[in-house]
Design a protein around this ligand. Structure first.
Ligand SMILES: Nc1ncnc2c1ncn2[C@@H]1O[C@H](COP(=O)(O)OP(=O)(O)OP(=O)(O)O)[C@@H](O)[C@H]1O
Ligand SMILES: [Mg+2]
Length: 477
């Protein structure tokens, strides 16, 4: 990209006219706005390489506009124009990310000089971002994060805020929500991107080996240690270490990890040499760490050390809006990697997929799409291509008996609960059936309790008591 399209926003028509004529003459595409709102509308439609904004316009002021543009369109360079050249104006403009600052009336040469400078800067920054992209592509293996739902936007915001610093991040979320993906994104958006991203899964490595995996060992440190081995901390030096499933780390090792994090030094098992390490830590878990702390299976001090910035990933259930984009993404990937000829999903299928509860989150969706794409004989995926996703199907099925529906729901809900933690399961479940039943009949009888009791076949006093204990609201009429 060089500078091609320019937005000029000024409430004075003469200025708009002069600038637009001069810039168009030089071959730029120029759009004009009379005030801040118009400018923002144009920003939403087009990409501008450069924007020349008057600081004083009716409605949205130039500085406010500048702030918004810098935030939402950081790739656009902004030059601020002002008739009053006060220091406050200039400082405010530059502090808020203006590229340069012009005082009216100005020579068109002054603007030209700025554009030339911007051209050069754009070329250099292009080269850099191209290099960076190449590098990132190489390291990140093209992993994109899909999803623009509200909860994901929150995740991206935090990600953007924390990635450039060295702050420790703790990612939580159900299995398959993309914790590792986010950990990688943090690394590849940090200054450490060209250095290693090393992941270690604390749940997958036997406890007695974990220590030497993390910190390395000297030759002969234990039986089987025939060579000196660098641990993950050493391998990640200068880069990022991703401690996955941190909740599974044994307590003794947690103590050692805490020391290492505080001192930024390690010693290999069986060694005495102290090695300085510069490693950014990102940790993840799908367990409830608060519970582990309460059960004395996780050190509270380590938790606070790791949880400097928490990122909680939404379950797929909480962001069903993202399902269409995810499906499209996984289908494209299947075409590329597996050579399948399925190209799209019918709208029916999308809706059907959105009804599924996705306990395995994005990973489950990914696998399901891959499987369906491999097995489907058609170009378009239909609900029939997902015979395994019965709960989505059944929701649609009106012929099921109440008992079947309840049984399935119950089974699902119970699977998600820790049954040993509950002492009133029976009552809890019955309440969840009684409450809607009474509610429905009350609604049908327009709040008539006598009729309701009759229909339900229970005594009026019993009904009144139930209404009280179940905290049911009776609406009349
Ligand atoms: N937002 C997303 N966009 C695209 N792919 C995603 C997204 N989230 C997750 N995935 C994909 O889903 C799979 C699971 O993601 P990942 O391994 O990061 O999950 P996880 O939270 O670490 O799971 P677990 O707790 O089981 O380790 C991966 O193949 C990943 O690429
Ligand atoms: Mg993971």
């Amino acid at each position: 990209m060089s500078i091609e399209r320019i937005l000029v926003a000024d409430d004075e028509e003469s200025i708009r006219w002069v600038l637009s004529r001069a810039l168009k003459k030089q071959g730029f595409t120029v759009d004009l706005a009379e005030d801040g709102r118009q400018a923002l509308n144009l920003f939403r439609k087009n990409h501008y390489d450069l924007a020349v904004l008057d600081i004083k316009m009716p409605g949205l002021q130039g500085i406010e506009l500048l702030k918004q543009v810098r935030e939402e369109y950081p790739a656009t360079l902004v030059v601020i124009m002002t008739a009053e050249s006060t220091m406050e104006n200039a400082v405010a403009a530059m502090k808020n990310g203006a590229y340069d600052y012009l005082t009216k009336p100005f020579d068109l040469d002054a603007l030209d000089a700025i554009i030339l400078k911007a051209q050069k800067a754009a070329e250099v920054s292009n080269q850099i971002s191209q290099l960076k992209e190449e590098l990132q592509g190489q390291y990140s293996f093209g992993r994109s994060i899909i999803g623009n739902s509200q909860p994901m936007q929150e995740v991206y915001k935090t990600l953007g805020r924390v990635a450039p610093s060295d702050v420790t991040v703790m990612i939580t979320g159900e299995s398959g929500t993309g914790k590792e993906l986010i950990a990688r994104a943090i690394h590849f958006n940090s200054g450490r991107f060209a250095k290693p991203f090393i992941a270690i899964n604390c749940a997958a490595i036997p406890h007695d080996l974990l220590e030497s995996e993390l910190f390395g060992h000297e030759r002969g440190a234990f039986t089987g240690a025939t060579e000196r081995k660098a641990g993950k901390f050493e391998q990640a030096n200068g880069g990022t270490l991703f401690l996955d499933e941190i909740g599974d780390m044994p307590l003794e090792l947690q103590a050692k990890l805490l020391r290492v994090l505080q001192e930024k030094e390690i010693t290999r098992t069986g060694g005495s040499q102290i090695l300085h390490v510069d490693v950014r830590i990102v940790a993840a878990t799908n367990q409830n760490i608060a519970k582990l702390i309460a059960a004395k299976r996780f050190r509270e001090d380590l938790y606070y050390r790791l949880n400097v910035v928490p990122i909680n990933l939404p379950s797929l259930q909480q962001r069903k809006d993202d399902i269409p984009a995810l499906v499209e993404f996984f289908l494209q990937r299947a075409q590329k990697d597996l050579g399948v000829s399925v190209t799209e999903c019918s709208q029916d299928t999308i809706e059907f997929l959105q009804r599924h509860s996705w306990p395995g989150n994005v990973r489950e969706l990914e696998n399901v799409i891959k499987r369906a794409a491999l097995l489907s004989p058609n170009h378009i995926l239909m609900p029939e291509d997902f015979p395994g996703l019965l709960d989505g199907h059944r929701n649609k099925n009106q012929d099921e008996s109440l008992e079947t529906v309840v049984a399935r729901k119950l089974e699902n809900s119970l699977a998600k609960m820790d049954l040993h933690e509950l002492d009133n399961l029976y009552e809890m479940v019955l309440h969840q059936i009684e409450r809607p039943l009474i509610n429905i009949i009350l609604h049908q009888t327009r709040g008539n309790q006598v009729r309701t009791a009759e229909i339900l076949g229970i005594n009026r006093n019993t009904l009144r008591k139930k209404i009280n204990t179940l905290a049911i609201e009776v609406k009349r009429g």
